[in-house]
Design a protein around this ligand. Structure first.
Ligand code: GLV
Ligand code: MN
Ligand code: MN
Length: 412
């Protein structure tokens, strides 16, 4: 082994500046941009230093293989997460799982562990959907949950399609599509992730194990009215799309709260965007989540109908389209119990928790036994530069992940 592979803290220090905006302190690691390329290069360098064979797949995900001699690529124990971020995201959402995976393999190699089945580190592309609007795009493509042609045509705010962005980054978008062979070779997937929410701190636990992920999705609402003069058009004569949009925001909050669900408008574009004009069009994105698919479906129906009524009242047309959806995910119970047993035997407290955050693990769970480990987030804040995990908790996460990999890859 070379000396260049680092401790978790050293890996982290090296990754921290990549893609960080000096103004906000948040991360803008959008897929297929130079910041993304830097993060991929960081991963590749360290995985290769560990002696792993790094292979990008046809969907832009990265795989770093540690294959026992004379063994086939079967029953692999895969761990990893994503390196892309939301706009001005935190440092930990995604990268914590990738850096921890590298550090866990280093820990296993340092103690002389030799796996009986492959151990593989994975980095999934465009998990956040921050650039191309569909979350978990790399894992959806791999599992066939999105058609390659639809994916190639996705575009972000800059109008650049995924196909163009991939080509510009030196990847061939022509090969996008499902990878049954890769999926068949996976025995289990474990994603370590920073906790999003604040359940572990009150329990005095540095780590948690995931039970389930709430169903969640994204919808685009286009309110189309008519541009007019802010100083001369009488209220009665306006078709102002901002008004039904505003009442939909309030209705969504109320309707979701009444059902114990969540509904968020985090992004809105008013066009043409003049301060002294009535907008011609308002496009807004709704993120909605609930404990089960039925409640989420009902919440959506109610929000949609509130939006339609408000649009009608203002002579505005409304178009609603679903951009992505992930149904309720319950993680594999046997795998979760096995992991809980490993951690308990090591004296590590790790309560079992549900979460409302989406992950590639939710997509893979439909195809392979999947589990998640959470690392305590003392404030619970995420998707924000304020997201945090203490170094000691991150190191506990690495130790836990190493023990889990050792257990899963070391015995049949
Ligand atoms: C990803 O972090 C999501 O929950 O949207
Ligand atoms: Mn996220
Ligand atoms: Mn994440």
């Amino acid at each position: 082994m070379t000396n260049s592979v680092r401790t978790f803290a050293e890996l982290w220090r090296e990754l921290e500046p990549l893609g960080r905006d000096p103004g906000s302190g948040g991360y803008r690691r959008y897929s297929w941009t130079p910041a993304d390329a830097q993060c991929r290069a960081w991963f590749t360098r360290h995985a290769e230093d560990l002696g792993l064979a790094v292979e990008p797949d046809n969907n832009g995900n990265l795989w770093a293989w540690w294959v026992p001699e004379n063994q086939r690529r079967a029953g692999a124990i895969v761990t990893g997460s994503h390196l892309d971020s939301v706009p001005d995201g935190g440092a930990y959402d995604g990268p914590l799982g990738v850096a921890s995976a590298l550090a866990a393999v280093k820990e296993l190699k340092d103690k002389g562990f030799y796996p009986e089945r492959p151990v593989v580190l994975a980095v999934f592309t465009e998990e956040e959907g921050a650039r191309f609007r569909v979350s978990c795009l790399g894992s959806r493509l791999m599992t066939g949950a999105i058609q390659p042609d639809a994916a190639r045509a996705l575009s972000g705010e800059d109008g650049v399609t995924l196909a163009t962005a991939m080509s510009a980054a030196g990847f061939d978008p022509g090969g996008l599509g499902p990878r049954e062979d890769l999926l068949e070779g996976i025995g289990a997937f474990i994603e370590l992730h920073v906790e999003q929410g604040r359940a572990l701190a009150p329990l005095g636990a540095a780590l948690g194990v995931a039970e389930s992920i709430w169903p969640h999705g994204r919808w685009r609402l286009d309110f189309t009215g008519r541009a007019d003069h802010a100083g001369t058009a009488r209220f009665a004569d306006r078709n102002d799309p901002m008004l039904p949009y505003a009442s939909t925001v309030l209705a969504a909050r109320r309707l979701a709260a009444e059902r114990g669900a969540l509904a968020t408008f985090g992004k809105v574009i008013a066009e043409p965007g003049g301060v002294n004009g009535v907008a011609a069009k308002v496009t807004a994105w709704l993120d909605a989540r609930a404990a089960d698919d039925e409640v989420l479906g009902k919440t959506l129906t109610m929000i949609r109908s509130a939006a339609e009524i408000a649009a009608g009242e203002h002579g505005v047309t409304l178009a609603v389209s679903r951009e992505s959806y992930t149904p309720l995910v319950r993680f594999d119970e046997n795998l979760r119990n096995r992991i809980a047993g490993v951690l308990a035997a090591a004296g590590m407290k790790a309560p079992v928790l549900p979460t409302g955050a989406g992950h590639d693990a939710a997509i893979l769970a439909a195809r392979v036994p999947t589990a998640m480990l959470f690392v305590r987030n003392p404030t619970g804040v995420s998707h924000s530069p304020a997201e945090h995990a203490d170094l000691a908790d991150c190191e506990a996460g690495v130790r836990a992940l190493a023990l889990v990999l050792e257990n899963l890859a070391g015995s049949r």
